[in-house]
Design a binder for this molecule. Structure first.
Ligand SMILES: CC(C)(COP(=O)(O)OP(=O)(O)OC[C@H]1O[C@@H](n2cnc3c(N)ncnc32)[C@H](O)[C@@H]1OP(=O)(O)O)[C@@H](O)C(=O)NCCC(=O)NCCS
Length: 192
C-alpha cells in the first residue's frame, strides 16, 4: 500500500506540484496559490469529515502523487475524486496511483460509486478516466468559468462492479506490457 494520509509535512512539496503549470492549468482553480492560502486550505480540509486526502508514495518514502475523495456521503456510498501525479514522475505513475486509490475507495471506504468532473480541455484526464473504466454521464449543467471563458465540464461515474472489471483489464495490460519490456531487454542482452 503506497497511500497514506496527507500530513502537514507534505505541504511544501504539495504546493510546488499544485502550482506547476502542467497541474495548475488542468485544475478548476488555476491561479498560483500562495503559501497563506495553502495553509488556510489545509486547515479547512483537516476539519472536513467528508474529505480524505492521501499522498501516494512510491517507492516508499518518495511522494509521487496525491489523491482526494471529497463530498463523501457515507449513507449513499458516493464521493468525488481528484488526483495528480508529481510533475516529472515516470509514465505509469497516474495508473499505479489510481489502482491503489480506487481499491481504497471501494474496499476500505466501502463506496458504491466514485464520481469525477473533468474540464473538457483536459484531454489527458478524459482519456485516463475512460481507461480506468469510468462511464461518461454527460456535460454538467453549468460550464466552468475561467477569465470570462466558459469551459464545459464532463461528468463521469465508476461503480464498484465496473471497477472490478476495469481493474482486471488494466492489470492484464500492465502485465503484458511488463512482459514485452522484459522480452526486449533479454533480446538486447543476447545481442551483446
Ligand atoms: C492525469 C495524470 C494523473 C495521468 O498520469 P500519468 O502518470 O501521465 O498517467 P499514466 O502514464 O499512468 O497513464 C497515461 C494515460 O493517460 C492518457 N494519456 C497520456 N498522454 C496522453 C495524451 N497526450 N493525450 C491523451 N491521453 C493521454 C492515456 O489514457 C494513457 O494511458 P495509456 O498510455 O495506457 O494509453 C497526469 O497527467 C496528471 O497529473 N495530470 C495533471 C492533473 C490532472 O489533470 N488531474 C486530473 C484532474 S481531473
Amino acid at each position: 500500500m503506497s497511500l497514506r494520509r496527507l500530513e502537514e509535512g507534505d505541504l511544501g512539496v504539495l504546493l510546488s506540484w499544485r502550482n506547476a503549470s502542467e497541474i495548475r492549468l488542468n485544475m478548476f482553480r488555476q491561479h498560483v496559490i500562495s503559501e497563506a492560502e495553502h495553509l488556510a486550505w489545509f486547515e479547512s480540509i483537516r476539519k472536513d469529515a467528508s474529505a480524505c486526502w492521501l499522498i501516494y508514495a512510491n517507492p516508499p518514502g518518495v511522494p509521487s502523487g496525491v489523491v482526494n475523495f471529497t463530498r463523501m456521503d457515507n449513507a449513499v456510498g458516493t464521493a468525488h475524486w481528484g488526483f495528480y501525479a508529481a510533475p516529472g514522475s515516470p509514465p505509469g505513475t497516474g495508473t499505479q496511483l489510481s489502482l491503489e486509490a480506487l481499491d481504497h475507495a471501494f474496499l476500505s471506504l466501502r463506496l458504491r460509486a466514485v464520481f469525477a468532473e473533468v474540464l473538457s480541455s483536459n484531454d489527458r484526464s478524459l482519456a485516463f478516466h475512460r481507461k480506468l473504466g469510468f462511464r461518461e454521464q454527460g456535460r454538467r449543467a453549468e460550464d466552468h468559468k475561467i477569465d470570462g471563458a466558459h469551459i464545459p465540464v464532463l461528468c463521469f461515474e465508476l461503480s464498484n462492479e465496473e471497477w472490478r472489471q476495469a481493474r482486471a483489464v488494466l492489470l492484464e495490460r500492465i502485465s503484458a506490457a511488463s512482459a514485452a519490456i522484459a522480452g526486449k531487454t533479454d533480446r538486447s542482452r543476447e545481442g551483446d
